[in-house]
Design a protein around this ligand. Structure first.
Ligand SMILES: Cc1cc2nc3c(=O)[nH]c(=O)nc-3n(C[C@H](O)[C@H](O)[C@H](O)COP(=O)(O)OP(=O)(O)OC[C@H]3O[C@@H](n4cnc5c(N)ncnc54)[C@H](O)[C@@H]3O)c2cc1C
Ligand code: FES
Length: 274
């Protein structure tokens, strides 16, 4: 394990423009010893520093089974993310982590998996999607429902062939279609309702904007899914990532330490705004 208290320098090895405001970065940790020992699991997150600007929290977009680089898909929303979008290949940042808990894949073995993602939330479920595809024999059917505001807001087009080649059923939707868009048109929860997934032996992993999650949870509940069958990751403002500063505290929980992965049964015990 690497020392989670120490930021490690990393070089930007590649940058891919996914959409107008999302870029995917590959970071290479500079110290070979740190690189070797820097291990994470799907669902965990890191804290990234842009020198002279500040720190921000990002999920590992790639799974432990594809760990040559640290990969993050980052949406431009404010100070640090704008500075990151201005960086170039070869520039140096710092990374500390990994932090938080992870998706309990041991519990999901032998099950059907349904991934439901929206917007930048797809970054948080790309890692468990690819982990489940890399350990494909452990699972039954794998279905991915992913939506964006428009076809131009969909990330990871370059990964879809590989995902489908590993026998994932991929359903794409855009809130508003456009010429040439051959997939679904409509909000993610509406498409989910149309798909009518069976709750039998199925775990749902979902991440997206709060409004999407709210209606996805409603549809799944209407379809008979139990709260324990639905897993998501919570996004809170974070500072230390280590359970020390209290920034991400909800009641007895620290999202950075006890989460960010929670099942819906746990989330239902929290105040309504979560
Ligand atoms: C566990 C975790 C994983 C994350 N993974 C990713 C990821 O993979 N890709 C990605 O693009 N983003 C991710 N985020 C969100 C990301 O941390 C924020 O967008 C980022 O911190 C914004 O930093 P900034 O300095 O650019 O914006 P700021 O200048 O700090 O703020 C810009 C605006 O965004 C709001 N904001 C900042 N952080 C958050 C937040 N966490 N939730 C809601 N609103 C916020 C601010 O209130 C403000 O309105 C994750 C957050 C968490 C907690
Ligand atoms: S971010 Fe500091 S306690 Fe969670």
């Amino acid at each position: 394990m690497s020392n989670i208290y120490i930021p490690h320098k990393a070089r930007i090895a590649s940058i891919k423009q996914e959409t107008a405001d999302i870029k995917s970065f590959q970071f290479e940790l500079l110290d070979p010893e740190v690189r070797k020992n820097f291990k994470w699991k799907s669902g965990q997150f890191l804290i990234l520093s842009v020198f002279g600007v500040g720190e921000a929290t990002f999920t590992f977009a790639n799974p432990q089974t594809r760990s040559e680089y640290v990969e993050c898909s980052i949406k431009k929303t404010g100070l640090v993310t704008e500075a990151l979008h201005d960086l170039e290949v070869g520039d140096i940042v710092a990374i500390r982590g990994p932090y938080g808990n992870w998706f309990p894949f041991e519990k999901f073995k032998g099950q059907n998996l349904l991934f439901v993602g929206g917007g930048i939330g797809i970054a948080a479920i790309r890692s468990p999607i690819e982990y489940s595809l890399d350990t494909r024999n452990d699972f039954k059917d794998i279905t991915i429902l992913y939506g964006g505001r428009s076809p131009l807001d969909i990330c990871y087009f370059d990964k879809f062939d590989e995902w489908q080649g590993k026998k994932a059923n991929l359903v794409l939707t855009a809130d508003k279609g456009s010429e040439g868009w051959k997939h679904k048109v409509g909000f993610v929860p509406a498409v989910l309702k149309e798909m009518k997934p069976s709750r039998d032996n199925c775990t749902v992993i979902t991440c997206g904007p709060p409004i999407m999650i709210k209606f996805v949870l409603k549809e799944l509940t209407d379809l008979g899914f139990a709260p324990e069958q639905i897993v998501t990751t919570l996004e809170m403002k974070m500072k230390c990532g280590l359970g020390k500063c209290g920034r991400c505290n909800i009641q007895q929980l620290y999202v950075c330490k006890d989460g960010p992965v929670f099942d819906y049964a746990e989330i239902k015990k929290l105040p309504d705004e979560f």
